[in-house]
Design a protein around this ligand. Sequence first.
Ligand code: HEC
Length: 181
Amino acid sequence: MHRFYLIGLIIAATAGLSLAVADNGFSEYVDEQGNINLPEDFRSSMVHLGSWYVPEGGASGFHDVYTEQATVEAFRETGKFPDGATLVKELRSSHAGNYTTGSGVSYATADIKQWFVMIKDTQGRFTDNPLWGDGWGWALYQPGDRTRNVAASYKTDCLGCHVPAKANDWVYIEAYPTLTE
Ligand code: HEC
């Protein structure tokens, strides 16, 4: 009896601190080949780090960014994203209307455009996989099929646009004060 109780306590204590570590000791969102899955229900299980508002173009609307609570805690301590950290960015259409706070007030609608995912890899895993490199695994999903990563190569599909954020491990952290508060 006592032993089971103790094991339960250890599991509970470890779970509170760890990231979504899976059997592979890395990330529950990544399989042995380095295929990345879009986390389920991240809006309720993760921390909302911040949002961007893009006024026009194909990516217009709100970009809401999420990560694990454990990643927030680790970043506040070390100033770095820990191994296995997950970043999810959800693109949603916006609608503007007049409210008691003012006119032309914008909000994110339920219409989702796409999801971007980055998984921190401090070990340089999956060197043969074109969706891994520069310290991250990179993925893109469209609402039609949440299971299919439509990015082919992070170098051509992602990296160029993240160069301005290179000094911050390719992440636009200025919009995520939760990481440093
Ligand atoms: C057209 C340029 C562009 C491309 C292409 C692009 N990104 Fe980004 N990404 C950005 C910018 C700029 C931000 C922050 C501002 C925003 O969302 O408008 C961002 C933010 C993110 C975020 C939120 C964390 C952060 O860095 O701030 C993730 C996750 C992300 N991108 C993943 C990806 C992945 C994965 C790919 C490739 C499949 C990709 N991006 C391709 C420009 C781009």
